[in-house]
Design a protein around this ligand. Structure first.
Ligand code: NAD
Length: 351
């Protein structure tokens, strides 16, 4: 496996950088823009559309988690009806995902304004769901042309989601450290991303409107997203994908709960590689380091609090071990069942 050479988006950070969206669109040749969001962020999408006048051609505020194909097809039909030649997505990974799915089908230009820490804007990965099944593809063309990180737009992210979204980002970086195709550059990016969250997430929790801390955590999100796009993921992402798909769990909260346990599972097999996790989050073992950080941030700790039942863990363990995949520690059905039970109860991981 070799590292992918990806088209890098143009990335801008700064309070108020969203007001440059019209200039950015014109710079990449956009003349009629479709603005995307979830229903929850339709007001934010309307404000972006007003900013874009006279370039705004319409707003499509129906993005959903896991990028359902029927929504994408509906959005593409609308894009064609209004003759838009570019899109602006404002929101978390769900909205960025809809934007990427539209680009995958039409090739239009894409400016994205992320409002969570998910990091999808930095990757060529597109996950889509159809008839209850999630598939993932990689297409360098879906990396957005421009990413505008405006800390003023992320202050509205509730603290609980701020924390789970940050742990979702940290998960990309932690697994990148032991990826078979990691490089010194990917290690540096992963370490940099985690350090941003370790240093500034507590400040964000203390004052969610702290723009300096929000901006630094957005830098962390970009680093973690970029590393997700560069190297392969393993057990942690496999488990989250499986649990999310099987039980329709919230994406970021599932990552937050599984992360310390998956990293603990791999801690002996990848002791040296996971060293930066211990250093950055200040504990002797990486699973405990991440658990302690999650506790200090008030993160959800137990799958049972997401409505998962003890009986469902058997199915989840079966599903997660059906097909082999690269992972530092050997993946066994019993080992995974044990891991899931610890994550279900919220007990601290062993290592
Ligand atoms: P999300 O985009 O689903 O957002 C969750 C909710 O929070 C939505 O209602 C959204 O409108 C709202 N929200 C977002 N930002 C807000 C803000 N600043 N203020 C108030 N409300 C806000 O959540 P997410 O965790 O960012 O994204 C999850 C999705 O992203 C999943 O489908 C996941 O598979 C995908 N994802 C993809 C990649 C990739 O590289 N392809 C990477 C990470 C995540």
């Amino acid at each position: 496996m070799s590292i992918q050479t990806l088209p890098a988006p143009r990335v801008q950070f700064g309070a108020g950088v969203r007001w440059t969206v019209q200039d950015e669109l014109q710079r990449i040749g956009g003349t009629r823009a479709l603005v995307l969001s979830t229903p929850h962020q339709s007001d934010a999408a309307m404000r972006i559309a007003e900013t874009l006048e006279p370039l705004a051609a319409g707003v499509y505020a129906r993005a959903q988690m896991h990028t359902p194909v029927h929504i994408t097809e509906d959005a593409v039909a609308y894009l064609k009806t209004i003759q838009a030649d570019c899109i602006v997505s404002i929101g978390g990974g769900s909205t960025t995902g809809l934007g990427k799915a539209i680009v995958h089908r039409t090739g239009v230009a894409h400016v994205t304004i992320p409002t969570t820490y998910a990091g999808s804007e930095a990757t060529p990965i597109l996950g889509q769901t159809e008839n209850g099944a999630k598939t993932t593809l990689s297409d360098p063309r879906v990396v957005p042309d421009v990413v505008l990180y405006d800390p003023e737009l992320i202050v509205s992210l509730p603290v609980e989601m701020t924390v789970t979204s940050a742990l979702n980002a940290i998960a990309h970086a932690a697994e990148a450290l032991y990826a078979p195709n990691r490089t010194p550059d990917s290690d540096a990016l992963a370490t940099q991303g985690m350090a941003c969250f370790a240093r500034y997430l507590p400040d964000v929790i203390a004052d969610p409107a702290n723009l300096k801390a929000r901006q630094e955590t957005q830098r962390g999100a970009y680093a973690c997203g970029a590393v997700l796009g560069q190297v392969g993921m393993a057990l942690h992402h496999k488990l989250c994908h499986t649990l999310g798909g099987a039980f329709d769990l919230p994406h970021a909260a599932t990552h937050a709960i599984i992360l310390p346990h998956a990293i603990s599972y791999n801690s002996r097999a990848a002791r040296v590689e996971l060293g930066p996790v211990c250093e950055i989050f200040e504990a002797e073992t990486p699973g405990l380091a991440l658990h302690n950080f999650a506790v200090a941030c008030g993160a959800p700790l137990a799958l049972r609090d997401l409505g998962v039942t003890l009986e469902q863990l058997d199915d989840a363990a079966d599903l997660a071990t059906q097909k082999p995949y690269p992972n530092p520690a050997r993946v066994t059905r019993d080992g995974i069942r044990h891991l899931l039970e610890a994550a279900w109860s919220g007990a601290p991981p062993q290592n």
